[in-house]
Structure formats: C-alpha cells, structure tokens
Design a protein around this ligand. Structure first.
Ligand code: ATP
Length: 375
C-alpha cells in the first residue's frame, strides 16, 4: 500500500518565529499570510527594499500545499532582457546560436511548486505579455519549441515600486497588474513598526550565537535607544547588516554609542533634547545646576539681557517656505546648535558661563559641543 508523503508545510504558530515582529502591523500581516498560504492564488507582495518581501514569499510557499515541491525565485532586475524568455520558459536545442542542448526554464523547474518573481516592475513589457498568457492559460512553449507545456505553478511576485502608477504611465501592463494582485500583501517599513526593532536586534544576536559564529554583542541602553530611534531607510536588511558588523567587530563586548556606524551617530546628534513646556519656563529662574536633576538637561528660555540669544519664532517661521525641509528633528537640531554656538560666543568661549546662559549644566554643554563638533 503506497503511503503519501506527510505534508512538510510549516504550522501557522511558527510564522512569528520565521518573520520576527510583534507589532500590530506584523501580526495583521502574518494573519493574512496564514490565510493566503493555503490558497493557490497569485499574491503581489509590496514594500520598500529590505522589508522582507522574499522572506514572506518563502513563508507563503513553505506553508502551502506546494511546500514539498521547489520554490524558484526569479530576480527580474538581474536577468538581461535578451535572456529572460529562455530563462523563464527554457529553450530547445538549436533555438538560437549557442543553444547546443535543450534546457528547462524556471517554470519547468518550479513544476508543482512556486515561482517567485522578485522586482516584477523590472520585467520588460514583451515578457509581461508572455507572463500574462501563462497566468491566464497556464500554458507556454520553450523558445524554439512547438510543444505546449502546462504550467503547474503558483505565482508570487514582489516589488518596491508602485505598479499602479507604472501602469498609468504605460510602463507596466495594467491587465498583468490586476492579474498579479489578486491578493495584495503589503509589508510596512521598519520605521512604522518600531516595536519590532528590539525583537529583531535580539533575533540577530541569538542567531549569531546559535550559528556558532562567536559570542553575541551586548547593547547598552543608550545604544538600544539609538537603534530604535534611527529611521532605517534600508529596513530589516540594514539592521541585519549593522548587527553583523557590530558582531564581527565587537562580538562578546559591550557596544557603546561611539562604536555605532557614522550614519546612526549622525542621526542621533540631530535629535534635539526635549524642550521644556512653557509652564516650566515662564517664571522660573535658571534651573539648579545639579547633574542629578533631570531638568538640568533642559535648555531654558532666557530672559532680560540674554533674550536676544533666542531666535524670533515669527522670523524663523517666515524663513520656511514650500521648498523647505519640514523635518522637525533636523530643524530643532539646527536651532539647538545655533543657540549653543551663540551662547559660547556671548560667553567669550567660557564654557561655564555659556552653560549658565543656556540654563544647562557644564557637563551637558560639553556633551553637546562634542555632539555638534564645536571646538
Ligand atoms: N521579519 C523579519 N525577521 C527576520 N529577518 C528578516 C525579517 N524581515 C527581513 N529579514 C531579513 O532581512 C533581509 C532582507 O529581507 P528580504 O530579502 O526578504 O527583503 P526584500 O524586501 O525582498 O528586499 P529587496 O526588495 O531588496 O529584494 C533578509 O536577510 C531577511 O532574512
């Protein structure tokens, strides 16, 4: 009696171990993925570069009834246009100069499984027509061949581009776009799910250790905060690379802020410390100069003879126009730096006096000077 092979699909509970994240957005994403995995529908995965589109595609395959068969990725941006057709559909012997033997294409290799078109927005228009035909008719021919082959594959696609906009501009076929996006799955950028950053950091630390690559790094609170505050334009891939770099350089040690990559330190120095609320500043004289007081960290608006140090808010607002960079963080950082510089000038380079003018203690001022690179 022939036994059927047990399904090798991954149980739904394991999804969170494969796609790290506990934020609401990730939980919603994984719930959708769990539902979609069971179907045979075409899925279009969208998201910025490095958000985990390919990872989600693999999970979709591994949790599907096709998990026992191959998962075949096709990077549409990496295959030269002239070779694409034979890469996808294969070719017969003698189909073109150099085709000394016949060769199966990726559709054939994926038979029974899943084919994943990464960067589908890069697929040349003539190939888009051919892919549409496969999706509609489930058939294709090898290049130079006459025999019609049946495509028994599930199609997944991913892109960081806006395909709808591309189809409006005539750069992507609208009919293919609709055919691909039967089920759209969007992966949010890391900066919109910051709660996942600490989990990912721990995940990469554990993985380093589990792979026997050495002792993991320890991350101090200030380093963890800096990594959580950073906007991660390269998303999880960038975080993964930073963690690898820290492990290679400082495995087993405690990483301090000064050891973080330049980009992250630069971002950190552009974050202004919180300003006091008007209630705190309206009538109070200079704050106590004690390091232990949290208020000692806050710049205090100056009164009387020192008031001219402060930029006039109306004048500042007037200098902002439609072309301006509206980043509040960068703007506040600029103001803080200017104030510090002016205070130092006013105090004739005397740091204690400048600190007093700014209403912060001397140690805080010295930290700020270092951060802003003011000598
Ligand atoms: N949630 C996650 N948990 C664990 N690792 C992740 C997660 N998301 C992404 N990664 C890892 O980050 C890296 C980038 O992910 P992936 O290649 O899937 O991104 P992508 O969106 O397909 O990128 P691109 O658009 O540049 O092709 C991979 O090494 C992947 O394993």
């Amino acid at each position: 009696m022939g036994k059927t092979a047990p399904p090798t699909t991954i149980p739904i509970e394991e999804f969170s171990g494969r796609f790290v994240g506990q934020s609401k957005r990730v939980r919603e994403l994984l719930t959708l993925v769990a539902r979609v995995a069971k179907s045979d529908s075409t899925v279009l995965i969208t998201g910025e570069s490095g958000t985990g589109k390919e990872r989600i595609a693999r999970i979709l395959h591994e949790a599907s009834p096709r998990a026992h068969a191959p998962f075949v990725p096709v990077n549409c941006g990496a295959i030269p246009e002239g070779l694409m057709e034979s890469e996808l559909f294969g070719h017969e012997k003698g189909a073109f100069t150099g085709a000394v033997t016949g060769r199966p294409g990726r559709f054939e290799l994926a038979n029974g499984g899943t084919i994943f078109f990464d960067e589908i927005g890069e697929l040349p228009l003539p190939l888009q027509v051919k892919l549409l035909r496969v999706l509609q008719e489930k058939t294709y021919e090898r290049v130079g061949g006459v025999r019609v082959q049946t495509a028994n594959v599930r199609v997944l696609a991913a892109t960081h581009r806006n395909l709808e906009e591309m189809s409006r501009e005539g750069r992507f076929r609208e009919d293919l776009f609709y055919r691909l996006s039967v089920i759209p799955v969007e992966i949010p950028p890391l900066r919109e799910r910051r709660e996942d950053i600490p989990l990912l950091m721990t995940f990469f630390q554990r993985r380093w250790e589990e792979e026997g690559r050495g002792d993991p790094v320890e991350l101090g609170m200030d380093v963890q905060k800096a990594l959580c505050d950073y906007p991660w334009p390269g998303n999880v891939r960038e975080l993964e690379n930073v963690m690898e770099r820290l492990h290679v350089l400082y495995g087993g040690e405690t990483v301090t802020v000064d050891l973080l990559p330049e980009k992250i330190r630069q971002h950190l120095s552009s974050i202004p410390e919180p300003l006091p609320s008007p209630m705190e500043t309206s009538s109070d004289p200079l704050p106590p100069q004690s390091d232990s007081s949290p208020d000692a960290e806050l710049p205090v608006l100056l009164d009387g003879a020192s008031a001219s140090l402060l930029p006039d808010p109306a004048r500042l607002a007037g200098s902002i126009d439609a072309e301006s960079d509206f980043s509040l963080t960068a703007f506040m950082g600029d103001i803080e730096r200017t104030l510090v510089q002016k205070a130092l000038e006013r105090a004739g380079g005397n740091r204690s006096k400048a600190a007093e003018l700014l209403g912060i203690n001397r140690t805080t001022l010295i930290e700020k000077l270092k951060r802003f690179g003011i000598s």
